[in-house]
Ligand binder design. Structure first.
Ligand code: ATP
Length: 235
């Protein structure tokens, strides 16, 4: 068996004295799409930050294809093929759409994604390529953030709160685009508040509750009562 793309074991995370994650175990296999759900403050973003090198971790807590990446910097993690579409998009406001996209291409990895492929996926971005990114709608900015991550030709892409604050019609468009993004062997972790959407695009689901994994199950067969219990902690 090849090593999993990502194996997280006993992951703890702290902000100063505050502990946000407690012994999280998780695995992503090649080509797999995981969903992560959980209430506000459960630790989902902290988990994404830990994986992408924005928080440092203890030894052997985050293994990428058998190698410990827990102490790598964010740019080193990106070079290994792990990209994030962050919550709130975090575009560079003074740069154009095209310039924001090209930031992803700073990570020199070979693969199918380039400006042409991103423009094919989201044609509106080619129309708006010379505009400042802040002049775009929230949904269009989310497309730029997704395109920027794809430009680094990741093997594993993390979406943090993919549909937060977007209009339903835009969320629908982004979810329609997802199969064209994931696939071809690319793995993904999708953090999503909308549980039905999270389950519809993933093969397995994890729920976090107050920094701990409260549920791990198959997305197609998980029982709604188990999700309620894991999400809200109610019996
Ligand atoms: P949301 O859905 O609201 O984004 P989340 O599940 O992503 O929530 P995190 O943002 O990971 O949760 O936060 C987990 C816990 O860590 C929360 O209690 C939060 O207040 C705390 N936390 C997050 N960032 C910091 C920080 N920079 N300093 C101190 N505490 C933090």
């Amino acid at each position: 068996m090849p090593d999993p793309i990502l194996k997280i074991s006993g992951l703890n995370a702290h902000y100063g004295d505050f502990q946000a994650l407690f012994g999280v175990d998780m695995q992503v296999d090649a080509g797999e799409v995981l969903a992560i759900i959980g209430a506000n403050g459960a630790g989902k973003t902290t988990l994404m930050r830990s994986i992408t090198g924005l928080l440092t971790n203890g030894p052997d807590q985050i293994m990428h294809k058998g190698t410990d990446i827990g102490r790598l910097r964010a740019d080193e993690v990106a070079l290994r093929g792990i990209a994030m579409v962050p919550e709130g998009r975090q575009l560079f406001p003074s740069l154009s759409v095209k310039e924001n996209l090209m930031i992803g291409a700073q990570v020199l990895r070979p693969g199918p994604w380039n400006l042409k492929a991103v423009y094919q996926l989201f044609p509106i971005l080619e129309e708006r390529k010379d505009q400042q990114s802040t002049s775009l709608s929230g949904g269009q900015q989310q497309m730029v953030a997704i395109g920027r991550a794809l430009m680094s030709n990741p093997e594993l892409i993390l979406f943090d709160e993919i549909s937060l604050g977007l209009a339903p019609v835009i969320i629908r468009d982004i979810y329609r685009a997802l199969p064209g993004i994931i696939g071809n062997g690319m793995s993904a972790i999708i953090v999503e508040q909308d549980i039905s959407k999270a389950l519809s695009v993933s093969s397995r689901v994890y729920c976090l509750q107050e920094g701990r994994v409260s549920l791990e199950d198959r997305s197609d067969t998980v029982a709604r009562e188990d999700i309620s219990r894991a999400y809200f902690g109610i019996e």
